[in-house]
Design a protein around this ligand. Structure first.
Ligand code: ATP
Ligand code: MG
Ligand code: FE
Length: 346
């Protein structure tokens, strides 16, 4: 299975061999245009599209040569059909269609966000019958009950405003850090005191239990950080960057892990998969490890290189589709920038 990912700024190409009882990663090649976006403080879709156009064939060639696999040995192609940026998605889908048409092999258009969970099957083995998946990234913070990674995904909750990664990037901007701020806040937070400032935990009040037990909200937290920083500056006091970062990261990790573990208990699930670019965050990884150990939950978080966008996650999900014997997607498939999380395959 050759997997292609182009939903945002990464051009990802990977090869996975699907066995009956496991999916084996052969190679994972990624090119990124992030350097070209950083000075704008956000992803510029037109720049990302052009970068995919330039990087696609070299990245495919690099993946094949590193794996020692000939193009003619590829049996199937999987591609991100959504959600993501329309232009970048279209570039990836066009390349995948050209390959499937030229090679005469099936094409599978799959969901990027579910791919962030499915990639864990390459690292920790195929999912047990029922898992909880927390997918946290630049665009999503979603809690998913997964009875089957292709046919049985239920969304228990999601963010009502900013995604976790997005909140980190916005707080990074207000702290004057380079874009994307997420990894910079992570680094600062490791040197700070997470109990220095008590920032609010969104949607955790008793009144939110009924309608929003498993939903997240981070925009109030972001505003609280902005107010705290302003007050400090108005008073002419120096900004304890490390403590602000640590206290902010603590608030995000606290809410994500508390709600996720409550959902595991409520649904009697004993395996938690955490994925998506924000699962690279060390504060989240540490707190999830500690709280899952206390709760007797088996925690599966892939290594950081498989948390951010890559082709392996798409090839892994494509392999899961093939293992279930589902029909291929049509070669006239359309991309869907807001593909619902319950739609795994188009
Ligand atoms: P989606 O998957 O929802 O379409 P995306 O593909 O843009 O969104 P990813 O590439 O999966 O998102 O993740 C990128 C996000 O992860 C960015 O917001 C980035 O700041 C954040 N991020 C990456 N590493 C860290 C880290 N160590 N700590 C905090 N945030 C991080
Ligand atoms: Mg990215
Ligand atoms: Fe992503």
């Amino acid at each position: 299975m050759l997997g292609i990912e182009t939903s945002c700024d990464e051009t990802g190409v990977a090869l996975v061999r699907a066995h009956d009882d496991r999916s084996e990663l052969l190679v994972d090649a990624v090119a990124s245009s992030m350097d070209e976006h950083a000075r704008f403080g956000g992803i510029i879709p037109e720049i990302a599209s052009r970068a995919h156009l330039e990087a696609m064939v070299p990245t495919i060639e690099r993946a094949l040569s590193e794996a020692g696999v000939a193009l003619s040995d590829v049996d199937a192609v999987a591609v991100t059909a959504g959600p993501g940026l329309v232009g970048p998605l279209t570039l990836g889908a066009s390349a995948a269609k050209a390959l499937a048409l030229g090679l005469g092999v099936p094409l599978y258009g799959v969901n990027h966000v579910i791919g962030h969970a499915a990639v864990d099957e390459l690292v920790d083995g195929l999912f047990p019958d029922r898992v909880m998946a927390l997918v946290v990234s630049g665009g999503h913070s979603s809690l998913l009950l997964v009875d089957d990674v292709v046919t049985g995904v239920t969304e228990l909750g999601s963010t009502l405003d900013d995604a976790a990664g997005e909140a980190f990037d916005k707080v990074g901007r207000l702290l004057g850090l380079p874009y994307p701020g997420g990894p910079h806040i992570d680094r600062l937070a490791r040197a700070g005191d997470p109990t220095a400032i008590r920032f609010p935990r969104g949607l955790t009040a008793p009144k939110d239990q009924a309608a929003h037990a498993y939903d997240f909200s981070f925009s109030g937290l972001k505003t609280a950080v902005a107010r705290w920083v302003e007050a400090r500056q108005d008073a002419g006091q120096p900004l304890p960057l490390e403590d602000v970062a640590a206290s902010f990261a603590e608030a995000v990790a606290d809410v994500l892990t508390a709600k996720t573990i409550a959902a595991c208990r409520r649904h009697d699930v004993s395996t938690l998969v955490v994925g998506g670019g924000f699962s690279a965050n060390s504060q989240l990884r540490e707190m999830a490890a500690k709280r899952c150990a206390e709760a007797g939950i088996d925690l599966r978080i892939p290594p950081i290189r498989y948390c951010t966008d890559n082709g392996a996650m798409i090839a892994a999900l494509g392999a899961a589709v093939v293992r279930r014997g589902l029909p291929a997607s049509s070669l006239d498939l359309a991309v869907d920038s807001s593909m619902p999380l319950t739609q795994v395959l188009v």
